[in-house]
Design a protein around this ligand. Structure first.
Ligand code: SF4
Length: 232
């Protein structure tokens, strides 16, 4: 399938072209259109991110891989980042908050995540991501429509006004089943916590096993919060 870049901001038309494309074709289009001003973010938590990383590296090995290191990721997540660097021979860029956990506690009190998770996410995830994405014109993430009701209408390509760049979701149309088929067929490394009943993984402080059928119900248990604020 041939997909040509377009100078037009008409993403509706573009999405019509990209909707039936494979993730590799979408990544190829994204690289042709935006590289070197294109980056991939990967949380090293969910299975989708690992698939997107694997597909991308088969298409283009020059696209920067960014991870938000909040300082409170699971040990398994930190280990996976190291494993991926060795497995694929790449260097992952770790994006850190501007303040340490101790500085955050001094400024906002201890355990900010437990009483004001929005503020904690703003400091440890949202600001670092905004800073990391500033040099880029486009950003690829592994969001899928079937991950939650809040992601059900995720387009393949969209203008992200929060970060003022183009957001590309090459796996938007893939299902959980597609993801695990790919992982098994290509022996893709993934977070071992997914074998322990976790269905959505973030910071260890704010992640528990799912509370109901919603895969993201184990995130920020006890709060109405369902997203970090990264994808608004
Ligand atoms: S997920 Fe929890 S610990 Fe991590 S940045 Fe958000 S509130 Fe803080």
């Amino acid at each position: 399938m041939s997909i040509h870049s377009s100078a037009s901001p008409d993403f509706t038309h573009l999405n019509g072209l990209l909707e039936p494309a494979s993730p590799a074709e979408i990544i190829r289009w994204a690289a042709t259109t935006y590289a070197p001003n294109l980056a991939l973010t990967c949380s090293f938590s969910g299975a989708s991110g690992m698939v997107l990383l694997d597909v991308m590296l088969r298409v283009n090995r020059d696209i920067p891989v960014l991870v938000l290191d909040t300082d409170v990721l699971f040990d398994e997540t930190y280990s996976l980042i190291d494993t991926v660097e060795r497995h694929y021979g790449i260097a992952v860029q770790r994006i850190r908050p501007t303040i340490t956990l101790d500085q955050q506690a001094a400024q906002h009190g201890p355990d900010l995540y437990a009483h004001d998770p929005d503020r904690c996410c703003a400091i440890r995830k949202v600001e670092p991501l905004a800073r990391a994405l500033k040099p880029y014109a486009a950003w690829m993430t592994a969001l899928r429509r079937d991950q939650s009701s809040t992601r059900a209408s995720t387009p393949v390509v969209a203008w992200n006004s929060k970060h003022s760049l183009v957001k590309i979701c090459p796996l938007a149309t893939w299902t959980e089943r597609d993801i695990w088929r790919y992982i098994n067929e290509h022996d893709v490394p993934y977070n071992p916590l997914l074998n322990q009943g976790y269905t959505s993984i973030g910071c260890h402080t704010c992640t528990s096993h799912p509370l109901n059928g919603d895969p993201r119900s184990g995130r920020w248990a006890g709060f109405a919060k369902t997203e970090c604020g990264l994808h608004g």
